[in-house]
Design a protein around this ligand. Structure first.
Ligand SMILES: CCCCCCCCCC/C=C\CC(=O)SCCNC(=O)CCNC(=O)[C@H](O)C(C)(C)COP(=O)(O)OP(=O)(O)OC[C@H]1O[C@@H](n2cnc3c(N)ncnc32)[C@H](O)[C@@H]1OP(=O)(O)O
Length: 296
């Protein structure tokens, strides 16, 4: 069975994500709040507020594996088709790690067809998020490197927990790889050209104070207030008529989106040939081993 079909089938019975009605929340959430589960993503929807909180729960580090990318994409697609939802807040189900970024095991020791499938899924999730008609907020309640940072940069605003361990940035060069043009463009659109050039070349991971200063996040708040702040900021975005906000968002992002749409196939081929190089495989394996050694 194709991965998308497999993941669709995995979504739990009774979930709106499967086309049925969401159950009323057993605990927590406002009146009428609804909860839906998939394996790696938890959705808490509050139709009265028009907002859904999408929580990553892909232990141990919320890495963006092929299955996680696919499940997240399907959840977002369902929410986009749900007329009661106008805004989405992305966060981690458990504080500590927002997302460790792309799953390195998807880029190591596999075959070219797998790399192509994986990269296509990364592109698709980015396109879905960056072009979303929803207002999107990131409640960053944990460390947020590389692909995790990219996810947050697709949102309309970012709230980061004030914990010096929670660094954020596109640190690819530190691994010996580099951020492709559309990662770079997404960052340029947020913090500008010069700050992006410095951040990308040095592979910087910013502390909360630094991230706020450079404009990578909009607010830094105490850890226990990240989600509530993200929801309260969301109400400002939702106070604007949807059509006006959406047209403006499209106008701001279209050129960046068009670049990837225009070069999508070439970008996949470039990724596959780059990641398949022996030297790059070696670098990634050493990096993964270093991460693993820490624990053994
Ligand atoms: C022509 C050009 C075309 C384009 C070419 C482009 C090429 C590349 C494009 C972009 C690619 C990549 C973007 C990415 O996102 S790469 C991923 C970057 N992520 C990181 O550097 C973060 C790595 N992880 C950590 O720093 C830490 O794990 C943490 C997140 C700070 C958490 O620390 P912790 O102490 O709580 O947990 P830890 O013990 O380290 O990890 C637990 C287990 O999880 C494994 N793991 C961690 N991160 C990843 C990951 N990203 N993917 C897969 N697995 C991961 C880790 O190995 C531990 O495993 P084990 O339990 O020991 O077996």
């Amino acid at each position: 069975m194709a991965l998308v079909a497999r993941v669709r089938a995995l979504l739990l019975p009774g979930s709106r994500l499967r086309g049925a009605t969401l159950g009323r929340a057993a605990n927590g959430g406002g009146a009428g709040a609804r909860r839906a589960l998939s394996h790696r993503v938890l959705v808490e929807a509050d139709p009265a507020a028009g907002v859904a909180v999408v929580k990553f729960r892909n232990p141990p580090v919320n890495s963006l594996s092929l299955e996680m990318l696919t499940e997240l994409g399907i959840c977002l697609e369902k929410l986009e088709n749900d007329k009661t939802v106008r805004g989405i807040v992305l966060t981690a189900d458990r504080p500590g790690i927002f997302s460790a970024g792309l799953d390195l095991t998807e880029m190591c020791g596999r075959n070219p067809a797998h790399y192509a499938e994986f990269w296509k899924a990364v592109q698709e999730l980015w396109l879905r998020l960056y072009q979303s008609n929803m207002a999107l907020g990131a409640a960053i309640n944990g460390t947020c490197p590389a692909g995790g940072c990219l996810l947050s940069l697709t949102c309309d605003y970012r709230i980061l927990a004030d914990n010096p361990k929670y660094t954020i940035g596109l640190n690819e060069t530190q691994l010996g790889i580099f951020a492709p043009f559309w990662f770079k463009d997404t960052m340029v659109n947020t913090i500008g050209h010069r700050a992006t050039e410095r951040a990308l070349q040095l592979g910087l991971l910013f502390t909360p104070a630094e991230a706020l200063q450079v404009g990578l996040v909009d607010q830094v708040v105490p850890e226990d207030q990240v989600q509530s702040t993200a929801l309260s900021v969301m109400s400002q975005w939702l106070a604007i008529p949807d059509h006006a906000r959406q047209l403006t968002k499209t106008m701001m992002r279209k050129a960046t989106v068009d670049q990837l749409l225009k070069h999508r196939e070439a970008d996949i081929q470039n990724f596959v040939s780059f990641i398949s190089r022996d030297s790059i495989q070696k670098v990634l394996q050493v990096y993964l081993q270093k991460l693993r050694k820490k624990n053994h």
